[in-house]
Write a protein that binds this ligand. Sequence first.
Ligand code: GLV
Ligand code: MN
Ligand code: MN
Length: 414
Amino acid sequence: MNKSLSALRIDNERLRADFETLAAIGATPDGGVHRPALSDAHLDARRWFVERAKQIGLDARVDGAGNHSAVLRCGRAGGLTLLLGSHLDSVPYGGSFDGALGVVAALEVLQIVKEQGISLNTHLEAIDFTDEEGNLVSVLGSLAFSGQLEPEHLQNPRGGRGRFQGALRHAGLSESSLFSAGRDPATVAGYLELHIEQGMGLIELGMDIGIVTSIVGIRSFRVRFIGRADHAGTMPMHKRLDAAQGASAFTLAVRELVMQGFPGCVVNVGNMEFEPGAFNVVPQIVTVALQFRADDDDKLDEMETALLKQASVDAQRFGLDWETELLDNVGPARMNENVREAFANASEMLGLKHTSLPSGAGHDAQSLAQICPTGMISVPSVGGFSHSSKEYTEWQDCVNGANVLLHATLMLAR
Ligand code: GLV
Ligand code: MN
Ligand code: MN
Protein backbone atom coordinates (compact mmCIF):
# COMPACT_ATOMS: atom_id res chain seq x y z
CA MET A 1 0.00 0.00 0.00
CA ASN A 2 1.41 3.43 -0.84
CA LYS A 3 2.50 5.67 2.01
CA SER A 4 -0.30 8.20 1.87
CA LEU A 5 -2.98 5.50 1.89
CA SER A 6 -1.40 3.69 4.84
CA ALA A 7 -1.65 6.95 6.84
CA LEU A 8 -5.40 7.15 6.22
CA ARG A 9 -7.71 6.88 9.26
CA ILE A 10 -11.47 6.98 9.70
CA ASP A 11 -12.98 10.22 11.06
CA ASN A 12 -13.38 9.53 14.76
CA GLU A 13 -15.86 12.34 15.52
CA ARG A 14 -18.04 11.63 12.51
CA LEU A 15 -18.18 7.91 13.29
CA ARG A 16 -19.08 8.68 16.89
CA ALA A 17 -21.83 11.13 15.89
CA ASP A 18 -23.36 8.47 13.63
CA PHE A 19 -23.11 5.84 16.33
CA GLU A 20 -24.75 8.09 18.92
CA THR A 21 -27.53 9.18 16.57
CA LEU A 22 -28.38 5.53 16.00
CA ALA A 23 -28.12 4.66 19.70
CA ALA A 24 -30.83 7.26 20.37
CA ILE A 25 -33.28 5.50 18.02
CA GLY A 26 -35.28 3.05 20.12
CA ALA A 27 -33.17 3.97 23.16
CA THR A 28 -34.21 2.44 26.49
CA PRO A 29 -33.86 4.28 29.81
CA ASP A 30 -31.02 2.01 30.94
CA GLY A 31 -28.78 2.89 27.98
CA GLY A 32 -29.67 0.07 25.61
CA VAL A 33 -31.87 -0.06 22.51
CA HIS A 34 -35.12 -1.86 21.69
CA ARG A 35 -35.26 -2.22 17.89
CA PRO A 36 -36.75 -5.62 17.04
CA ALA A 37 -36.73 -6.19 13.28
CA LEU A 38 -39.42 -4.26 11.39
CA SER A 39 -40.66 -2.48 14.52
CA ASP A 40 -41.18 1.29 14.25
CA ALA A 41 -37.84 1.95 15.94
CA HIS A 42 -36.05 -0.37 13.53
CA LEU A 43 -37.71 1.27 10.53
CA ASP A 44 -36.70 4.68 11.93
CA ALA A 45 -33.09 3.49 12.15
CA ARG A 46 -33.31 2.37 8.53
CA ARG A 47 -34.72 5.73 7.47
CA TRP A 48 -31.72 7.31 9.16
CA PHE A 49 -29.45 4.98 7.13
CA VAL A 50 -31.01 6.11 3.84
CA GLU A 51 -30.79 9.80 4.78
CA ARG A 52 -27.19 9.42 5.87
CA ALA A 53 -26.27 7.56 2.66
CA LYS A 54 -27.80 10.34 0.56
CA GLN A 55 -26.02 13.01 2.60
CA ILE A 56 -22.71 11.29 1.89
CA GLY A 57 -23.61 11.14 -1.80
CA LEU A 58 -24.00 7.37 -1.96
CA ASP A 59 -26.62 5.49 -3.91
CA ALA A 60 -29.28 4.26 -1.44
CA ARG A 61 -31.13 1.04 -2.30
CA VAL A 62 -33.58 -1.32 -0.64
CA ASP A 63 -34.10 -4.88 -1.91
CA GLY A 64 -37.16 -7.13 -1.69
CA ALA A 65 -36.06 -8.46 1.70
CA GLY A 66 -35.73 -4.93 3.09
CA ASN A 67 -31.92 -5.09 3.12
CA HIS A 68 -30.72 -1.47 2.98
CA SER A 69 -27.63 -0.63 0.94
CA ALA A 70 -25.50 2.44 0.29
CA VAL A 71 -23.38 2.01 -2.83
CA LEU A 72 -20.17 3.75 -3.87
CA ARG A 73 -19.23 3.14 -7.50
CA CYS A 74 -15.47 3.30 -7.38
CA GLY A 75 -14.48 0.30 -9.46
CA ARG A 76 -14.59 -0.40 -13.19
CA ALA A 77 -17.97 -0.37 -14.90
CA GLY A 78 -19.34 -3.91 -14.61
CA GLY A 79 -16.82 -4.67 -11.84
CA LEU A 80 -17.53 -6.71 -8.72
CA THR A 81 -18.84 -5.27 -5.45
CA LEU A 82 -17.21 -5.68 -2.05
CA LEU A 83 -19.85 -5.64 0.69
CA LEU A 84 -19.30 -4.24 4.19
CA GLY A 85 -22.05 -4.42 6.74
CA SER A 86 -24.01 -5.77 9.65
CA HIS A 87 -27.54 -5.07 11.00
CA LEU A 88 -29.59 -2.30 12.60
CA ASP A 89 -32.17 -4.52 14.34
CA SER A 90 -31.64 -5.51 17.96
CA VAL A 91 -32.79 -8.24 20.33
CA PRO A 92 -35.57 -7.07 22.68
CA TYR A 93 -34.02 -4.61 25.14
CA GLY A 94 -30.53 -5.19 23.76
CA GLY A 95 -27.40 -3.06 23.55
CA SER A 96 -26.50 -0.23 21.21
CA PHE A 97 -23.33 -1.79 19.74
CA ASP A 98 -24.53 -5.16 18.41
CA GLY A 99 -24.88 -4.70 14.63
CA ALA A 100 -25.00 -0.89 14.66
CA LEU A 101 -21.23 -0.54 15.02
CA GLY A 102 -20.65 -2.59 11.87
CA VAL A 103 -23.14 -0.53 9.88
CA VAL A 104 -21.81 2.91 10.87
CA ALA A 105 -18.23 1.71 10.31
CA ALA A 106 -19.18 0.46 6.83
CA LEU A 107 -20.73 3.85 5.95
CA GLU A 108 -17.64 5.62 7.29
CA VAL A 109 -15.29 3.50 5.16
CA LEU A 110 -17.28 4.35 2.03
CA GLN A 111 -17.26 8.01 2.97
CA ILE A 112 -13.48 8.05 3.43
CA VAL A 113 -12.91 6.30 0.09
CA LYS A 114 -15.29 8.73 -1.60
CA GLU A 115 -13.84 11.92 -0.18
CA GLN A 116 -10.27 10.76 -0.83
CA GLY A 117 -11.21 9.86 -4.40
CA ILE A 118 -9.50 6.48 -4.08
CA SER A 119 -9.94 4.33 -7.14
CA LEU A 120 -10.47 0.65 -6.44
CA ASN A 121 -10.94 -2.50 -8.45
CA THR A 122 -14.33 -3.14 -6.89
CA HIS A 123 -17.35 -1.05 -6.03
CA LEU A 124 -18.16 -0.77 -2.32
CA GLU A 125 -21.56 -1.38 -0.74
CA ALA A 126 -22.47 -0.78 2.91
CA ILE A 127 -25.35 -3.09 3.79
CA ASP A 128 -27.79 -3.40 6.70
CA PHE A 129 -29.39 -6.88 6.68
CA THR A 130 -32.97 -7.52 7.80
CA ASP A 131 -33.72 -9.40 11.04
CA GLU A 132 -30.28 -10.72 11.89
CA GLU A 133 -31.52 -11.31 15.43
CA GLY A 134 -34.52 -13.45 14.47
CA ASN A 135 -37.39 -11.38 15.83
CA LEU A 136 -39.30 -13.11 13.01
CA VAL A 137 -36.90 -15.37 11.06
CA SER A 138 -33.25 -15.54 12.03
CA VAL A 139 -30.83 -13.95 9.48
CA LEU A 140 -33.81 -13.47 7.13
CA GLY A 141 -32.25 -10.71 5.02
CA SER A 142 -28.91 -12.38 4.49
CA LEU A 143 -30.55 -15.73 3.69
CA ALA A 144 -32.60 -14.00 1.00
CA PHE A 145 -29.63 -12.00 -0.27
CA SER A 146 -27.47 -15.11 -0.57
CA GLY A 147 -30.20 -17.04 -2.41
CA GLN A 148 -30.62 -19.57 0.40
CA LEU A 149 -34.11 -18.58 1.53
CA GLU A 150 -36.60 -21.44 1.07
CA PRO A 151 -40.39 -21.32 1.54
CA GLU A 152 -39.93 -23.60 4.59
CA HIS A 153 -37.98 -20.84 6.36
CA LEU A 154 -41.19 -18.80 6.37
CA GLN A 155 -43.59 -21.47 7.58
CA ASN A 156 -42.79 -21.22 11.27
CA PRO A 157 -41.66 -17.70 12.12
CA ARG A 158 -41.20 -16.70 15.74
CA GLY A 159 -44.47 -15.28 16.96
CA GLY A 160 -46.49 -17.07 14.26
CA ARG A 161 -47.42 -16.52 10.62
CA GLY A 162 -49.95 -13.74 11.25
CA ARG A 163 -47.46 -11.60 13.12
CA PHE A 164 -44.82 -12.24 10.44
CA GLN A 165 -47.07 -11.24 7.57
CA GLY A 166 -48.24 -8.15 9.48
CA ALA A 167 -44.63 -7.10 10.12
CA LEU A 168 -43.71 -7.55 6.44
CA ARG A 169 -46.72 -5.45 5.36
CA HIS A 170 -45.81 -2.77 7.90
CA ALA A 171 -42.38 -2.51 6.25
CA GLY A 172 -43.74 -2.54 2.69
CA LEU A 173 -42.50 -6.10 2.07
CA SER A 174 -44.22 -9.38 1.26
CA GLU A 175 -43.36 -13.06 1.30
CA SER A 176 -42.91 -13.06 -2.47
CA SER A 177 -40.76 -9.92 -2.45
CA LEU A 178 -38.33 -11.67 -0.09
CA PHE A 179 -37.44 -14.13 -2.83
CA SER A 180 -36.50 -11.35 -5.25
CA ALA A 181 -33.58 -10.25 -3.05
CA GLY A 182 -31.13 -12.93 -4.21
CA ARG A 183 -27.90 -11.34 -5.46
CA ASP A 184 -25.89 -12.99 -8.21
CA PRO A 185 -22.77 -14.33 -6.43
CA ALA A 186 -20.78 -13.68 -9.60
CA THR A 187 -21.14 -9.93 -8.91
CA VAL A 188 -19.89 -10.09 -5.32
CA ALA A 189 -16.19 -9.81 -4.45
CA GLY A 190 -16.66 -10.56 -0.75
CA TYR A 191 -18.25 -9.56 2.54
CA LEU A 192 -16.53 -7.97 5.56
CA GLU A 193 -18.17 -7.37 8.93
CA LEU A 194 -16.98 -5.53 12.02
CA HIS A 195 -18.82 -6.55 15.23
CA ILE A 196 -18.35 -6.40 18.97
CA GLU A 197 -17.01 -9.69 20.34
CA GLN A 198 -19.93 -10.31 22.76
CA GLY A 199 -17.65 -12.49 24.91
CA MET A 200 -14.59 -12.22 27.18
CA GLY A 201 -11.88 -13.65 24.88
CA LEU A 202 -10.18 -10.46 23.72
CA ILE A 203 -10.15 -8.79 27.12
CA GLU A 204 -8.77 -11.90 28.83
CA LEU A 205 -6.03 -12.15 26.20
CA GLY A 206 -5.29 -8.40 26.23
CA MET A 207 -5.98 -8.14 22.47
CA ASP A 208 -7.35 -5.25 20.41
CA ILE A 209 -8.78 -7.16 17.45
CA GLY A 210 -10.26 -10.62 17.04
CA ILE A 211 -10.07 -12.21 13.61
CA VAL A 212 -12.96 -14.63 13.41
CA THR A 213 -12.03 -18.15 12.29
CA SER A 214 -15.51 -19.67 12.24
CA ILE A 215 -19.07 -18.94 13.33
CA VAL A 216 -21.11 -21.33 15.41
CA GLY A 217 -24.13 -23.27 14.06
CA ILE A 218 -27.47 -22.54 15.75
CA ARG A 219 -30.74 -24.51 15.93
CA SER A 220 -33.93 -23.19 17.50
CA PHE A 221 -36.96 -25.31 18.44
CA ARG A 222 -40.31 -24.84 20.10
CA VAL A 223 -40.86 -27.67 22.58
CA ARG A 224 -44.44 -27.91 23.79
CA PHE A 225 -45.45 -29.83 26.95
CA ILE A 226 -49.17 -30.60 26.96
CA GLY A 227 -51.17 -31.55 30.05
CA ARG A 228 -54.62 -30.61 31.35
CA ALA A 229 -56.01 -27.36 32.70
CA ASP A 230 -57.50 -27.86 36.17
CA HIS A 231 -58.64 -25.93 39.18
CA ALA A 232 -55.49 -25.01 41.09
CA GLY A 233 -57.29 -25.27 44.42
CA THR A 234 -59.37 -28.39 44.12
CA MET A 235 -57.50 -30.85 41.88
CA PRO A 236 -55.30 -33.00 44.15
CA MET A 237 -51.60 -32.59 43.50
CA HIS A 238 -51.03 -36.23 42.53
CA LYS A 239 -53.81 -36.15 39.92
CA ARG A 240 -52.60 -33.09 37.99
CA LEU A 241 -51.18 -33.20 34.49
CA ASP A 242 -49.17 -30.03 35.01
CA ALA A 243 -47.30 -28.89 31.88
CA ALA A 244 -45.13 -26.55 33.95
CA GLN A 245 -43.55 -29.52 35.72
CA GLY A 246 -42.37 -31.08 32.44
CA ALA A 247 -41.08 -27.75 31.10
CA SER A 248 -39.24 -26.96 34.33
CA ALA A 249 -37.66 -30.41 34.65
CA PHE A 250 -36.60 -30.17 31.01
CA THR A 251 -35.02 -26.73 31.53
CA LEU A 252 -32.91 -28.01 34.41
CA ALA A 253 -32.01 -31.26 32.64
CA VAL A 254 -30.78 -29.72 29.36
CA ARG A 255 -28.20 -27.63 31.20
CA GLU A 256 -26.68 -30.73 32.81
CA LEU A 257 -26.97 -32.72 29.61
CA VAL A 258 -25.02 -30.19 27.54
CA MET A 259 -22.45 -29.35 30.21
CA GLN A 260 -21.66 -33.04 30.72
CA GLY A 261 -22.15 -34.50 27.26
CA PHE A 262 -21.22 -31.64 24.94
CA PRO A 263 -18.27 -29.65 26.26
CA GLY A 264 -17.80 -26.34 24.47
CA CYS A 265 -21.42 -26.32 23.26
CA VAL A 266 -24.28 -24.28 24.73
CA VAL A 267 -28.04 -24.56 25.23
CA ASN A 268 -30.57 -21.90 26.22
CA VAL A 269 -34.21 -21.89 27.27
CA GLY A 270 -35.02 -18.28 26.43
CA ASN A 271 -38.76 -18.19 26.94
CA MET A 272 -41.73 -20.14 28.28
CA GLU A 273 -45.34 -19.44 27.43
CA PHE A 274 -48.01 -20.73 29.75
CA GLU A 275 -51.56 -21.51 28.62
CA PRO A 276 -54.04 -20.57 29.87
CA GLY A 277 -51.56 -18.76 32.16
CA ALA A 278 -53.32 -17.81 35.39
CA PHE A 279 -52.49 -18.03 39.11
CA ASN A 280 -55.46 -20.30 39.74
CA VAL A 281 -55.28 -22.67 36.75
CA VAL A 282 -52.95 -25.66 36.45
CA PRO A 283 -51.01 -24.97 33.20
CA GLN A 284 -52.32 -27.01 30.30
CA ILE A 285 -49.61 -26.13 27.79
CA VAL A 286 -46.12 -24.74 28.30
CA THR A 287 -44.14 -23.86 25.18
CA VAL A 288 -40.40 -23.67 25.67
CA ALA A 289 -38.08 -21.65 23.38
CA LEU A 290 -35.03 -23.91 23.03
CA GLN A 291 -31.83 -22.94 21.25
CA PHE A 292 -28.50 -24.77 21.09
CA ARG A 293 -25.19 -24.07 19.39
CA ALA A 294 -22.14 -26.08 18.29
CA ASP A 295 -19.32 -25.56 15.85
CA ASP A 296 -20.16 -28.49 13.57
CA ASP A 297 -23.25 -30.05 12.06
CA ASP A 298 -22.60 -33.58 13.40
CA LYS A 299 -22.44 -32.24 16.94
CA LEU A 300 -25.66 -30.27 16.33
CA ASP A 301 -27.35 -33.48 15.13
CA GLU A 302 -26.20 -35.36 18.25
CA MET A 303 -27.38 -32.55 20.50
CA GLU A 304 -30.74 -32.43 18.78
CA THR A 305 -31.27 -36.16 19.31
CA ALA A 306 -30.22 -36.01 22.97
CA LEU A 307 -32.25 -32.88 23.79
CA LEU A 308 -35.46 -34.12 22.17
CA LYS A 309 -35.07 -37.49 23.93
CA GLN A 310 -34.82 -35.54 27.18
CA ALA A 311 -38.10 -33.76 26.37
CA SER A 312 -39.77 -37.14 25.94
CA VAL A 313 -38.37 -38.39 29.28
CA ASP A 314 -39.58 -35.28 31.14
CA ALA A 315 -43.01 -35.36 29.50
CA GLN A 316 -43.49 -39.02 30.45
CA ARG A 317 -42.41 -38.40 34.01
CA PHE A 318 -45.35 -36.01 34.53
CA GLY A 319 -47.90 -37.83 32.34
CA LEU A 320 -47.73 -35.20 29.58
CA ASP A 321 -47.80 -35.25 25.81
CA TRP A 322 -45.17 -33.28 23.97
CA GLU A 323 -44.44 -32.01 20.47
CA THR A 324 -41.71 -30.03 18.83
CA GLU A 325 -41.18 -27.72 15.85
CA LEU A 326 -37.92 -26.62 14.26
CA LEU A 327 -37.86 -22.83 13.81
CA ASP A 328 -34.48 -22.31 12.29
CA ASN A 329 -31.26 -24.11 11.58
CA VAL A 330 -28.32 -21.85 10.74
CA GLY A 331 -25.24 -23.84 9.76
CA PRO A 332 -21.73 -23.15 11.08
CA ALA A 333 -19.39 -21.30 8.70
CA ARG A 334 -15.66 -20.93 8.26
CA MET A 335 -14.22 -17.52 7.40
CA ASN A 336 -12.11 -17.04 4.26
CA GLU A 337 -8.31 -17.32 4.62
CA ASN A 338 -7.51 -14.37 2.31
CA VAL A 339 -9.89 -12.08 4.13
CA ARG A 340 -8.47 -13.20 7.48
CA GLU A 341 -4.98 -12.44 6.19
CA ALA A 342 -6.06 -8.95 5.06
CA PHE A 343 -7.49 -8.28 8.53
CA ALA A 344 -4.25 -9.52 10.12
CA ASN A 345 -2.11 -7.34 7.82
CA ALA A 346 -4.30 -4.30 8.44
CA SER A 347 -4.07 -4.84 12.22
CA GLU A 348 -0.26 -5.16 12.02
CA MET A 349 0.00 -2.03 9.93
CA LEU A 350 -2.04 -0.13 12.52
CA GLY A 351 0.04 -1.52 15.40
CA LEU A 352 -2.94 -3.34 16.91
CA LYS A 353 -2.64 -6.64 18.80
CA HIS A 354 -4.74 -9.28 17.09
CA THR A 355 -5.65 -12.89 17.62
CA SER A 356 -7.74 -15.50 15.82
CA LEU A 357 -10.83 -16.87 17.55
CA PRO A 358 -14.18 -18.51 16.80
CA SER A 359 -17.50 -16.69 17.25
CA GLY A 360 -20.13 -18.18 19.56
CA ALA A 361 -22.56 -15.53 18.35
CA GLY A 362 -24.41 -15.89 15.06
CA HIS A 363 -23.98 -13.34 12.25
CA ASP A 364 -25.12 -12.55 8.71
CA ALA A 365 -21.56 -13.48 7.68
CA GLN A 366 -22.73 -17.10 8.06
CA SER A 367 -25.09 -16.67 5.14
CA LEU A 368 -22.64 -14.65 3.05
CA ALA A 369 -19.85 -17.23 3.55
CA GLN A 370 -21.89 -19.60 1.35
CA ILE A 371 -21.61 -17.32 -1.70
CA CYS A 372 -18.44 -15.21 -1.41
CA PRO A 373 -15.13 -14.80 0.45
CA THR A 374 -16.27 -13.63 3.87
CA GLY A 375 -14.52 -12.47 7.01
CA MET A 376 -15.26 -10.81 10.33
CA ILE A 377 -13.35 -8.93 12.98
CA SER A 378 -14.40 -8.32 16.55
CA VAL A 379 -13.52 -5.69 19.13
CA PRO A 380 -13.53 -6.17 22.93
CA SER A 381 -16.81 -6.26 24.87
CA VAL A 382 -16.37 -4.93 28.41
CA GLY A 383 -17.39 -7.70 30.83
CA GLY A 384 -18.33 -9.89 27.86
CA PHE A 385 -21.91 -8.55 28.12
CA SER A 386 -24.16 -8.50 25.07
CA HIS A 387 -27.84 -8.93 24.21
CA SER A 388 -28.36 -6.71 27.24
CA SER A 389 -28.24 -3.00 27.97
CA LYS A 390 -24.92 -3.67 29.77
CA GLU A 391 -23.30 -4.17 26.36
CA TYR A 392 -20.36 -1.78 26.10
CA THR A 393 -17.18 -1.35 24.04
CA GLU A 394 -14.60 1.35 24.71
CA TRP A 395 -14.80 3.96 21.97
CA GLN A 396 -11.13 3.59 21.07
CA ASP A 397 -11.77 -0.11 20.37
CA CYS A 398 -14.64 0.82 18.04
CA VAL A 399 -12.32 3.22 16.21
CA ASN A 400 -9.60 0.53 16.01
CA GLY A 401 -12.09 -1.89 14.49
CA ALA A 402 -13.27 0.67 11.94
CA ASN A 403 -9.67 1.43 10.93
CA VAL A 404 -8.93 -2.27 10.45
CA LEU A 405 -12.09 -2.52 8.35
CA LEU A 406 -10.95 0.46 6.26
CA HIS A 407 -7.47 -0.89 5.60
CA ALA A 408 -8.59 -4.47 4.95
CA THR A 409 -11.06 -3.02 2.46
CA LEU A 410 -8.32 -1.06 0.70
CA MET A 411 -6.08 -4.14 0.61
CA LEU A 412 -8.80 -6.39 -0.81
CA ALA A 413 -10.35 -3.89 -3.21
CA ARG A 414 -7.17 -2.58 -4.83
C1 GLV B 1 -27.16 -13.22 17.24
O1 GLV B 1 -26.73 -12.22 17.77
C2 GLV B 1 -27.10 -14.47 17.95
O2 GLV B 1 -25.99 -14.97 18.15
O3 GLV B 1 -28.15 -14.92 18.39
MN1 MN C 1 -27.04 -10.05 18.43
MN1 MN D 1 -25.10 -8.83 15.78
